[in-house]
Design a binder for this molecule. Structure first.
Ligand code: ZN
Length: 424
């Protein structure tokens, strides 16, 4: 995909995002590996592997041995509404609505009064197997209507959303029972009774836009974290060979704690490191000690209307370059900060710093979680954005290129550590 907005438009679900990266890797000559089969890797080889269709790892084996791994990790999922199994709610009156639940820490208000649809995957019974098919219902299918101000005069005085009531999307009027499943089956090209399982999520229909007096901004669904994923991926592809083994990691379920087989609290990344070391005859512990992880997950820009939420001296701005995140909930330490800063300098990319206002807890991300399975020098970074966890977020238009440049320098470098001495 030529640009971020095109990629986001083609990635309405985490499964679609992985599929789009997968296609680009195929086009770039990468070989698919399968976790359930043995791997034979050759120096100079380019490979990728997926797990659950919602997480992906891509890597290249250097031609002459390798010191350790240069890894970036970002996440494929975004807060949204998830469709429940028995999805149709009949009534009141002739309304038919969809039964959904909250996935992750979403902002509720932005989901209302805008066209929505459904994307994800279905598992289909075929003659010999159960097959995965991606689905995206390419029409304005759903809406979550607000209550009129005349009926709730206090609506603008602060609103507490009742998820089982306020956030239920409207599908149609007087529909036959099973209509939703029929729509999904038609999209998947199968009979409704052949669908054995689903992972379906609501997504906004509006395409991303670039805007502002000088086109400074981009707004789109899922900038957290597909903007980082996109930037890391293109840095990974553009990098030149070094004495380290570059790995691009896209993991799922960060928004709900990462505790799944395809999340950062699963074994996907650690399994890859073990298998690559075994295949290439490399001592695993030694390689991991010479490895570095960039955990890339978007950061908060100072809000134009609410600058008071930021710390007095840590105030990231959009188009100011990657943001290094500091604090007890992040993996960043002085050493990791120094390494990342040196690499950004090498790339001519500015860096900024984020720290929570001291009385706010802030969010967490996948750096620490990943370290509990695969412990290595790690920096938490992100690109500055507004409206995080809205279904239409805003970020800086230039920052994607800054991240690509920084990650190209990162993946082109070889990291080694010896008792507090770091060489790049
Ligand atoms: Zn995130």
């Amino acid at each position: 995909m030529n640009n971020l907005l095109e990629f986001l438009a083609a990635s309405p679900s985490r499964f679609h995002a992985v599929e789009n990266f997968r296609k680009e890797l195929e086009a770039a000559g990468y070989t698919r590996l399968t976790e359930s089969k043995s791997w034979s890797l050759t120096p100079g080889g380019k490979y990728y592997v997926t797990r659950n269709g919602s997480a992906l790892l891509a890597f290249r084996v250097p031609k002459a041995g390798f010191a350790g791994f240069m890894i970036s990790a970002s996440h494929s999922d975004a807060p949204c509404l998830r469709v429940k199994e028995n999805a149709e709610l009949a009534g009141p009156e002739t309304y038919v609505r969809l039964n959904v639940e909250k996935y992750g820490g979403m902002l509720c208000a932005p989901w209302m009064d805008r066209p929505l649809t459904v994307a994800g995957r279905v598992l289909v019974q075929t003659e010999n197997a159960i097959e995965t098919r991606l689905v995206y219902v390419d029409k304005d299918l759903l809406m979550i209507p607000n209550v009129a101000i005349h009926m709730n005069r206090a609506a603008n005085d602060g609103y507490k959303y009742d998820l089982k009531c306020d956030m239920v999307p409207l599908l149609g009027l007087g529909l036959e029972k099973g209509s939703f499943r029929s729509i999904i089956a038609r999209t998947a090209g199968c009979a409704p009774e052949d669908i054995l399982g689903t992972d379906l999520f609501l997504c906004p229909r509006q395409r991303g836009v670039q805007w502002g007096a000088a086109d400074e901004f981009v707004s789109a669904p899922a900038l957290d974290d597909l903007q980082c994923a996109y930037g890391c991926f293109h840095g990974f592809l553009a990098a030149s060979e070094s004495e380290s083994l570059p790995v691009f990691a896209l993991l799922d379920n960060e928004e709900v704690g990462s505790l799944t087989k395809q999340g950062a609290d699963g074994t996907f990344l650690a399994d890859l490191v073990s298998r690559v070391c075994a295949a290439m005859g490399r001592d695993r512990a030694e390689a991991v000690a010479n490895s570095f992880l960039v955990s890339a997950d978007n950061a908060h820009a100072v809000h134009p209307n609410h600058p008071e939420y930021h710390d007095a001296t840590h105030r990231p701005v959009m188009n100011g370059g990657p943001v290094i995140k500091h604090g007890v909930r992040y993996a960043t330490d002085g050493a990791a900060q120094a390494v990342f800063t040196a690499l950004c300098k090498r790339a001519g990319v500015p860096v900024q710093h984020f720290s929570n206002r001291s009385d706010l807890a802030g969010g967490s991300t996948l750096g620490n979680i990943s370290n509990s399975h695969l412990s290595m020098n790690t920096v938490d970074i992100g690109l500055a954005q507004l409206a995080m966890h809205s279904c239409f977020e805003t970020a800086g238009a230039r920052d994607t290129d800054y991240l690509i440049q920084a990650m190209t320098a990162f993946y082109s470098a070889s990291f080694r550590e010896e008792n507090g001495m770091f060489t790049l």
